[in-house]
Design a protein around this ligand. Structure first.
Ligand code: MSP
Length: 519
């Protein structure tokens, strides 16, 4: 795609202490949908995901599993690749922080920060939560059971006292605030931006960026008793993958700064405060935007291993279907808010919005064409105002969707598409092509043509969220592979009257409860 605009989007890299769960799938799904949308819109996309493999948390998990950290991370990292496959993710790269390219980049960033006077040696004495891989101030903690202290995230902290290198974060307060002020879209949603800004206004302390009490990490160049703080190591992955430290490389020049880092709300501070400070400290540009999404609960309860209510992303897909789950997760919750997974609302949306609204539209139109137009794209006659209105509505969606997707408001994008799905169903009912068949066949053909066109456009719009079903619909309206892009929206790719269509088949099955099915 010579000359195409680049778009670089990243997921957080996942800790390999755990099997992939629904939270991991959610962050990557959001990125996958954006990556697919941008590709369809002609962008040259780079979509990065991967695994965060160093640090105390992973070291402990390996110990518990009775294997060395490298074999442990090899295995668990593989599980994340498998998840990407099972959920249809189209990442272009998968980075592991134990790879040579990454160790090299992280050490180069470190050396640059040292050379620029941003890192100095001292001693850290304070609280640390291994679960969050984060340092906490005394005032942030509350008392927990058995004399333990607890971080705001709920993680237990331990007292750490050891020689440590520090990053001069305190010196970056004003420049960070300026970054947020000059770039109002740098942090989204707005409420999260306010939180970050008030945190930074409250004053920043220098950040401990190395540890000496364990060894599973990237050695600090020139002082190998220290390993780099896992967040400094991990955040660097975003530039490793585009060729850092070779900042003259084609990839780096084209792709950095990243267009979007997608993260969960729990790790926003690392991405919106520490990361831009590290980058600016090294004389590099900060990313363009960080979006923090909310967390899922399961039937109203916090998801946790101890409660035994972890949602297995594989089970979910087996039970409801991949496209259905992808649709649900992005439709159910305004993106950015917390949301609840419930079987009831999953089935409700699957049956009413997918099977009834969208599925029925496609099914009834295509079977009428099969029966009454010999399975050929019908020849339209002159268009009425109502025909033009529907075709106009579906073509006008594209600029709207672009704006909505650039704000990462997936739920609004789907709602906007469904407004047209419902309008198309209303049009079918009003035009009643089954009556026209007896009274006015040429008009019936026009109506069915307008509907087939509407369906073609709708299926292009739903490709990013529901790739399999949308491809199946596009097959059924006879759209060639090369016409499956937003360049074909509206006039760009009109169906050719007389073209033969394959036999229609339903793409959105209803979910039937076992009890209802008489099982
Ligand atoms: N390794 C760090 C990220 C480093 S990025 C340089 C990390 N990994 S993680 O595996 O713990 O979490 C990754 C993502 O999963 C986060 O964005 C987090 O918000 C998301 N989720 C984990 N549980 C979740 C839910 N229950 N719901 C939604 N997302 C959640 O943090």
């Amino acid at each position: 795609m010579p000359g195409a605009k680049p778009y670089y989007i990243t997921t957080p890299i996942y800790y390999v202490n755990d099997d992939p769960h629904i939270g991991h799938a959610y962050t990557t799904l959001a990125c996958d949908v954006l990556a697919r949308f941008k590709r369809l819109d002609g962008y040259d996309v780079r979509f990065l995901t991967g695994t965060d493999e160093h640090g105390q948390k992973v070291e402990k998990a390996a110990e518990k599993a009775g294997v060395d950290p490298q074999s442990f991370t090899d295995r668990v990292s593989g599980n994340f690749r498998a998840l990407a496959k099972a959920w249809g993710f189209t990442n272009d790269d998968f980075i592991r922080t134990t790879e040579e390219r990454h160790v090299r980049a992280a050490q180069a960033l470190w050396t640059t920060l040292v050379e620029r006077g941003e890192i100095y040696l001292d001693t850290y004495a304070g609280w640390y939560a291994v679960r969050d891989e984060a340092f906490y101030g005394e005032s942030e903690l509350r008392d927990g059971p058995a004399g333990k202290k607890i971080a705001p995230s709920g993680a237990e902290v331990e007292w750490v006292e050891e020689p440590s290198y520090f990053f001069r974060l305190s010196a970056w307060q004003d420049r960070l605030l300026k970054l947020y002020e000059d770039n109002p879209d740098f942090i989204a949603p707005q409420s999260r931006r306010n939180e970050v800004m008030s945190f930074v206004r409250g004053g920043l302390q220098d950040l401990s960026v190395s540890r000496t009490s364990f060894s599973w990490g990237i050695p600090v160049p020139g002082d190998e008793k220290h390993v780099m703080y896992v967040w400094l190591d991990a955040l660097t992955n975003y530039i490793t993958a585009v060729g850092y430290p070779d900042i003259a490389s084609a990839d780096y020049t084209k792709l950095w700064p990243a267009d979007l880092h997608m993260v969960g709300k729990d790790i926003l501070r690392f991405h919106a405060v520490y990361w831009p400070a590290f980058l600016m400290g090294a004389g590099l540009e900060p990313p363009k935007r960080v979006f923090a999404h909310g967390w899922w609960t399961n039937e109203g309860q916090k998801i946790s291993k101890s409660l035994g209510n972890v949602i297995d992303p594989y089970d979910l897909v087996r039970r409801y279907g991949l496209d259905q789950v992808r649709y649900f997760m992005l439709r159910e919750v305004p993106f950015g808010n917390d949301g609840d997974f419930s079987h009831r609302s999953m089935v409700q949306r699957m049956n009413s919005e997918l099977a009834n609204d969208y599925g029925n539209l496609v099914q009834r139109v295509l079977s009428m064409i099969a029966r009454n137009c010999s399975g050929l794209v019908p020849e339209p006659g002159p268009l009425t105002g109502e025909d033009e209105e529907l075709l106009g509505a579906v073509a006008d969606l594209l600029p709207k969707l672009r704006t909505i997707m650039d704000a990462q408001l997936f739920h609004e994008a789907l709602e906007a598409v469904w407004v047209v799905v419902r309008a198309a169903n209303g049009y079918v009912d009003r035009q009643a092509p089954w009556t026209l068949r007896k009274t006015d066949e040429p008009r019936m053909r026009t109506v069915l043509y307008v509907l087939a066109e509407t369906i073609r456009n709708l299926a292009l719009y739903t490709l990013p969220v529901m790739p399999t079903a949308s491809d199946a619909i596009l097959d059924q309206v006879g759209v060639d592979q090369e016409q499956r892009s937003f360049a074909a929206v509206g006039q760009g790719g009109r169906l050719v009257p007389g073209a033969a269509l394959p036999k229609p088949a339903g793409v959105f099955p209803r979910f039937v409860e076992e009890a209802d099915a008489g099982a």
